[in-house]
Design a protein around this ligand. Structure first.
Ligand code: NAP
Length: 490
């Protein structure tokens, strides 16, 4: 079946923080790709907003440079047509000046869907929403997109959500988690619920354990200031990794209707066994990188990048989570993320239970458990590890090999970036892949006591050398259970 790319109705996308790193590196190139594929009608508008005193022409130059840098094979005519949709308004979210002119600009296209993408620090979400509300720009054809981080704990998340809710209803509010827009995550739904093969095995009787790894080779670099207030648990686990865990572990929803899926994810979050001061010492490991080598170069340690000689912020976390329900009781979910690790990789590895009995001679080779590897980046794809006979003569030699479905190779297509799908989903009004408020709250309800336990313990994160897989305690966390991290699996 060939791909069917349906144009979506004309819209105005207003990117608050339109000159920022996220907008320039991700959001604008994502829109360019959808435009080139004919999904965005030329009467749509993309309007950048920031304090910098640019005019339309100046911003268009920035956008042109960003597309030329970030997109391979740019066709000049298409780029010019895309640039013609771009505009800019210099506004300070905290000041009144310029908002009436902004309102007039919006009024020029009264029938367009309006997407207000808040790609700024959450400190100014309230100011922006309040101004949009007072200008009447929060009508039923308006949507607001909230970037992470949504709070640093339950209380601050509630404060942000309450403030936004003063002007936009829950159905107008799209809390973005770009991991949910990744092709592999969509494929997890297709694999689980589009095949008869997996679902009967998808439970504690047949699955030994699950690992989720989100590893980065980069350090904190110029984001050290932001990162030091967050840390790996807040930056990665509370949102992205828990969302992946939910997609993997949820019960089959009755349909793909947004709330049917989100109701099931919420149940998973609410079933996570608490980790608090009583068990955080056994179930969690925090690390912080020291100087070492990454991507073939010597790199400084975290404290050097931060320019401070003390910080208890974790740049690595490994933990053992459990879901207390009938399907998953007793199945460990080992979660791990960090900066300055050896490879940039995000993957989920589902390891099935070992065979109850072997009919083979040990000399035939090892019988390893089946494993399903879902890789989100790089090289999105799925591998199902099976035992087969090595072909040809030479006796019965068992081999553990992957049925390999690398999406790009298998389908000969360029993988779309997650933001391409997600922004168009906002325009379409489809919130399935966005976090509902109660999910954010449930995630903080689980993550908050871990953070409190760490703070209360007085311990500091364990050091690890940049370019290694975190502190040795992270290896011990899983090896204590007779298992190993699966970094060589895929
Ligand atoms: P950034 O590079 O610091 O950009 C911030 C943007 O906000 C700039 O365009 C800035 O322009 C604008 N801004 C700041 N204060 C403003 C004000 N008072 N009124 C209007 N505009 C204002 O940040 P970023 O990396 O793009 O990240 C934006 C948000 O997305 C952050 O919350 C970040 O945590 C989140 N995020 C970023 C990434 C990423 O890859 N970068 C990934 C996921 C989430 P002016 O200074 O000219 O006003």
């Amino acid at each position: 079946m060939s791909a069917q790319l349906l144009p979506i109705e004309p819209f105005d996308l207003v990117i608050f923080g339109g000159t920022g790193d996220l907008a320039v590196r991700k959001l604008l190139p994502a829109m360019y790709h959808r435009f080139v594929d004919g999904q965005i009608q030329p009467s749509s508008r993309i309007i950048g907003v920031a304090r910098e005193g640019l005019d339309d022409a100046g911003y268009r130059e920035q956008v042109r440079a960003a597309i030329e840098k970030g997109v391979a094979h740019v066709a000049k005519a298409q780029l010019e047509a895309f640039i013609a949709m771009i505009g800019y308004r210099s506004l300070d979210a905290r000041k009144a000046d310029g908002w009436d002119e902004f309102s007039a600009l919006m009024a020029a296209q009264p029938t367009h869907i309006r997407v207000f993408y808040l790609s700024t620090s959450p400190d100014i979400f309230t100011d922006i929403c309040q101004r949009l509300g007072s200008l009447g720009l929060n009508g039923e054809r308006s949507r607001v997109v909230l970037e992470k981080p949504i709070g640093r704990d339950l209380q601050s998340a509630n404060a942000i959500n309450d403030a936004v809710a003063g002007y936009f209803t829950e159905s107008q509010t799209y809390r973005i988690d770009h991991y949910l827009g990744k092709e592999t995550v969509q494929n997890l739904l297709a694999l689980r619920f589009g095949n008869a093969l997996f679902e009967p095995l998808w439970n504690a009787q047949h699955i030994d354990h699950v690992q989720i790894t989100v590893a980065e080779t980069v350090g904190v670099g110029h984001r050290a200031g932001y990162y030091d207030r967050a840390g790996a648990l807040r930056d990665m686990v509370q949102n992205h990794i828990l969302q992946l865990l939910c997609m993997l572990a949820m019960e089959p929803p009755s349909s793909l209707a947004p709330d049917a899926v989100r109701d099931e994810k919420l149940k998973v979050l609410r079933s996570l066994r608490p980790i608090d001061a009583s068990n955080a010492g056994q179930l969690t490991v925090r690390g912080q990188y020291r100087a070492g080598a990454a991507e073939g170069q010597s790199v400084p340690g975290y404290l050097d990048e931060l320019g401070s000689d003390q910080s208890k912020t974790e740049t690595f976390v490994a933990l053992k989570a459990e879901i207390g329900n009938w399907r998953w009781a007793g199945v460990p979910f080992y979660l791990r993320t960090g900066k300055r690790l050896p490879n940039r990789v995000s993957e989920i590895v589902v390891t099935f239970r070992a065979l109850p009995h072997s009919i083979f001679d040990p000399a035939n080779g090892p019988l390893l458990p089946n494993r399903l590897t879902l890789r989100l980046q790089p090289d999105e794809g799925v591998k199902l590890w099976l035992t087969i006979k090595h072909p040809g003569p030479g006796g019965l030699r068992l081999r553990h090999v992957p049925l390999d479905m690398s999406f790009a190779a298998a389908f000969g297509i360029q993988q779309p970036d997650a933001y391409e799908r997600l922004i168009l989903d906002v325009v379409r009004g489809n919130p399935t892949l966005f976090m509902r408020r109660d999910e954010v709250e449930a995630a903080w309800n689980w993550a908050g006591p871990i953070l409190q336990a760490w703070e209360g313990s007085g311990d500091t994160p364990k050091p690890y050398t940049a370019g290694t897989w975190g502190p040795s305690a992270a290896v011990a966390l899983i090896e204590r259970d007779g298992r190993t991290w699966a970094e060589d699996a895929a």
